[in-house]
Design a binder for this molecule. Structure first.
Ligand SMILES: Cc1cc2nc3c(=O)[nH]c(=O)nc-3n(C[C@H](O)[C@H](O)[C@H](O)COP(=O)(O)OP(=O)(O)OC[C@H]3O[C@@H](n4cnc5c(N)ncnc54)[C@H](O)[C@@H]3O)c2cc1C
Length: 426
């Protein structure tokens, strides 16, 4: 079912450019080969627009296929659009010099932004090649996430350049019906983007900080009272948070997972990695918080599992947060084995809470905490053959660790279908 949903979701990439292509095909009188290259250019343009549309994180799409899939398609559209734009640019000619220049600048600009975003904003390379990750960490002293977000937004300028490029080309602008549709696409997408990013934030959830405690030295738990129980909040969900009225805390939204199953006061476990998370030590009780979300699919996956199938939660560091939330919700009704790997003994700051859940679970909850990563030998000894055969696995942590554990579980015989993961970078 999930695969079908994802397929349907990805098919949007095929459907989205079709009205533009079919309309141009219907109205234009250009030679067939040239028309093909124009189709490629139109597809690239509409994929850029679709990528912009996805970047507003529609919540219902996030619930349906998961936000990582939304960002996955967003990134893939950027890559595929560049390939098509390259073929389009290499094989078509332009009567207007300005149109040609704009097309060239648009192409090279998009290529540079793509390389930048792949390196700084996706885990495609850095999560798999550790020297690149080290390089990224050094470069992030200057190119912090907030800076990267603004650099990434230059894609809007690229879209404007390509829009003007199309308007200057006689072989395109002479067809009124087509141009009306082309402009409707552009104005429609950009209006939704501007609306969602800058005009409509008042629809986000609001809360007040009611707790801010240090845990184990490098982590904090921050509790936010939403003023009422919010039915949409489910175990394992995450939100994008923004602390109001405090410029120093950054204006960007940062994602964090709920740590328990309380729908009124949501508690976040936050590892203090960088500028923003370190500044959270200064957040005062009473600070207003905006929350975008909730997002997440863990609970709906749990609900679809056979009730007798064991749940295996594997959390690394602060990645335990959503798993703890699911443990809170299911420790009395499901067989759960929670495995938590921490860097130092003092990082196992949830020992008491876990012991309380275990004591209340009538032996349904098993907890294993490890200082240092779980290796293959550890997991062989800890995970029962029954769990390997039919359990549902949830792995959460930093990207490289999640990828490594996914591979390990597959080698142990766990089918990929039963491994669900959340990585702590998008
Ligand atoms: C779905 C999801 C759930 C998460 N849940 C938790 C959690 O429960 N607890 C926890 O400690 N951490 C969680 N994280 C990670 C957390 O969002 C980042 O560690 C935090 O935003 C880093 O901010 P910083 O500026 O202090 O650190 P930096 O050192 O500036 O950033 C560290 C890395 O975090 C990423 N990052 C930074 N800012 C953002 C942002 N605004 N949006 C997305 N990624 C960003 C970048 O890849 C960067 O390389 C989660 C991440 C995701 C994607």
């Amino acid at each position: 079912m999930t695969t079908l949903r994802k397929l349907l979701f990805w098919s949007v990439a095929v459907l989205f450019p079709l009205p533009l292509i079919l309309t141009y095909d219907f109205v234009s009188r250009e030679p067939e080969l040239l028309r093909l290259y124009i189709f490629l250019g139109l597809t690239a343009y509409s994929w850029w627009l679709l990528a912009i549309l996805l970047s507003v994180r529609p919540r219902w799409v996030g619930r349906c296929v998961g936000l990582p899939s939304v960002y996955g398609l967003h990134g893939m559209l950027g890559v595929l659009a560049i390939v098509l734009a390259y073929i389009h640019r290499d094989n078509s000619y332009s009567g207007s010099r300005l149109a040609g220049t704009l097309g060239d600048w648009g192409f090279y600009g998009a290529l540079c932004l793509l390389c930048y975003s792949v390196f700084f904003m996706s885990g495609w390379l850095v999560d798999r090649v550790s020297p690149l990750m080290k390089l990224k960490r050094v470069a992030e002293i200057v190119f912090r996430h907030e800076v990267s977000v603004w650099i990434h937004r230059l894609n809007l300028v690229i879209v404007a350049m390509i829009w003007l490029h199309a308007h200057l080309l006689v072989r395109v602008n002479q067809y009124l019906e087509f141009m009306v549709l082309f402009d409707l696409y552009t104005v429609g997408v950009l209006s939704i983007y501007v609306w969602k990013k800058w005009i409509a934030p008042d629809r986000y959830l609001e809360g007040i900080v009611v707790g801010n405690e240090s845990r184990g030295g490098q982590t904090r738990t921050i509790s936010v009272d939403l003023g009422r129980a919010v039915a949409a909040v489910r175990p394992g969900d995450f939100f994008f948070l923004r602390f109001e009225g405090a410029g120093a805390y950054g204006r960007e939204w940062h994602p964090f997972s709920a740590t328990d199953d309380n729908r009124r006061t949501v508690t976040f476990t936050i590892r203090q990695n960088g500028d923003f998370t370190r500044s959270l030590a200064d957040i005062e009780i009473g600070t207003r918080v905006r929350l975008e979300g909730p997002f997440g699919r863990f609970e709906s996956i749990v609900q679809k599992q056979d009730k007798e199938a064991p749940l295996v939660f594997l959390g690394m560091g602060a990645g335990v947060a959503p798993l703890l939330s699911m443990t809170a919700a299911h420790h009395t009704s499901r067989d759960i084995h929670l495995l938590w790997a921490v860097r130092r003994p003092e990082d196992a700051y949830y020992r008491d809470e876990l012991e309380a859940y275990r004591a209340a679970s009538c032996d349904r909850l098993q907890v294993t905490t490890s200082v240092g990563r779980f290796r293959r030998d550890d997991l062989d000894g800890l995970i029962s053959p029954e769990a390997v055969e039919k359990g549902a696995f949830f792995v959460v942590g930093p990207n490289p660790a999640v990828l490594a554990h996914q591979r390990l579980l597959r080698r142990m015989g766990v089918s990929s279908r039963r491994i669900h993961q959340e990585r702590l970078t998008m």
